[in-house]
Design a protein around this ligand. Structure first.
Ligand SMILES: Nc1ncnc2c1ncn2[C@@H]1O[C@H](COP(=O)(O)OP(=O)(O)OP(=O)(O)O)[C@@H](O)[C@H]1O
Ligand SMILES: [Mg+2]
Length: 253
């Protein structure tokens, strides 16, 4: 997939982020520059501690930058949705009540309208039958699907995902990846997806940004030339396997 002609939605320019504590400075990210194209699925892969969460938090406006800038093309951080590693659902609220929470907080629309929207999203994430269930009655994969629906209810332009399937077993994770690919195709969102799993990044992404460690810098940006629709068949695809080898080489270099 040649992304060069696609419209740019986000630009990161020479981003530096350091954390100051009493007696030390941690340089989390250094001179990070890349752009994000409208509607693309962008994977970010790198070892633990290389600054992936810091990068997403910066894009989501949750952190101030030490230097550099982030340019948002015709939108602002209000239009960004987050899915965290841990589903962060409220245990005392049912599935559907968790999904409508962001709208409730912003006092948007009327109740009936946003419950209808939540029902559509439950269908999208294949959980129609669980609207009245409580988080503790769901499996880890199901909880993450609820948190994807919750992130989509505000209809964000950009969806940030921080290792959302990191705690799942391999089989469930592969299933979730196939589902996420479908959701991405259906909703047309721009997705920035962070993971330390190389197979997951290649499976999902149109481009993969490879980060190095201490401080995090962009090592390389790899275009993944595979069909947009992805399923388990791809795990045997020679091109797919070659991307895994290529990215491993970069990371272990
Ligand atoms: N609030 C903070 N205060 C001080 N240091 C921090 C803070 N947040 C992150 N760091 C440091 O910044 C670096 C990057 O952390 P970050 O959480 O972004 O890594 P990560 O790539 O998301 O790791 P993981 O894959 O384990 O989630 C680490 O060295 C971490 O210790
Ligand atoms: Mg992290």
């Amino acid at each position: 997939m040649d992304m060069t002609n696609h419209e740019t939605i986000l630009e990161l320019k020479n981003l530096d982020i350091s954390f100051e504590s009493k007696n030390q400075t941690t340089e989390a990210l250094k001179d990070v520059s890349f752009d994000v194209k409208k509607n693309e699925f962008l994977g970010i892969v790198g070892p633990s501690g290389c600054g992936k969460t810091t990068l997403l938090n910066a894009i989501g406006g949750l952190l101030s930058l030490t230097s550099g800038k982030i340019l948002y093309q015709d939108f602002d951080v209000e239009n960004i949705g987050f899915v965290f590693q841990d589903s962060t659902l409220l245990p005392w609220r049912s599935v559907i009540d968790n999904i409508v929470l962001p709208l409730e907080i912003r006092q948007k629309l009327n109740k009936e309208k946003f419950y209808n929207k939540a029902k559509k999203l439950l269908k999208l994430v294949n959980l129609e039958k669980f609207e009245k269930s409580y988080p503790q009655e769901l499996s880890g994969g199901m909880k993450q699907r609820v948190s994807i629906a919750r992130a989509l209810i505000s209809d964000p332009l950009v969806l940030l995902m921080d290792e959302p399937f990191g705690a799942l077993d391999e089989i469930t994770r592969n299933k979730m990846n196939t589902e996420l690919n479908k959701i991405w195709k259906k909703t047309n969102k721009t997705v920035i997806f962070v993971t330390h799993s190389i197979p997951e990044a290649v499976f999902l992404s149109q481009r993969v940004i490879v980060l190095s460690q201490n401080p995090g810098t962009v090592k390389e940006i790899i275009e993944i030339n595979l069909p947009e629709k992805r399923d388990m068949e791809i795990l045997k695809n020679k091109k797919y396997l070659n991307y895994l080898i290529q990215i491993r080489k970069i990371l272990y270099a």
